[in-house]
Design a protein around this ligand. Sequence first.
Ligand SMILES: [Zn+2]
Length: 126
Amino acid sequence: MFFVFAPYGPMRMRLLSVLFYYAYNMKLKDNVKLRGITPELLIGILIAERIFDKYKYELIITSAVDSKHSATSLHYAGNAADFRIRHISDKSIITQIVQEIKSSLTQDFDIILEPDHIHLEHQPRF
Ligand SMILES: [Zn+2]
């Protein structure tokens, strides 16, 4: 359904259609707001989802443009998202997932393993 309508919608709908079409192993925590996330961040999320999926884990977004973050956080600019890790009991797998996300994205992305989540942000460097 999304696929059929994808070519006809505005850019944002097309991007969301791509997200829905491919993201069969992705969930959003209640109250996560995606409004205004950048296409660059979306691509980072999609690539991260493929890596979570490779290890048979779903990618659960726990925060994007919502919740409390530091005043200068890229979350507020739609350039950062957090992923749950508590459903992955093997810490070495979490480390591997982080490493693989890093090696799959460019240096314009920062992937940080926090105590209870993976933080992904797009911060272009020129
Ligand atoms: Zn974050």
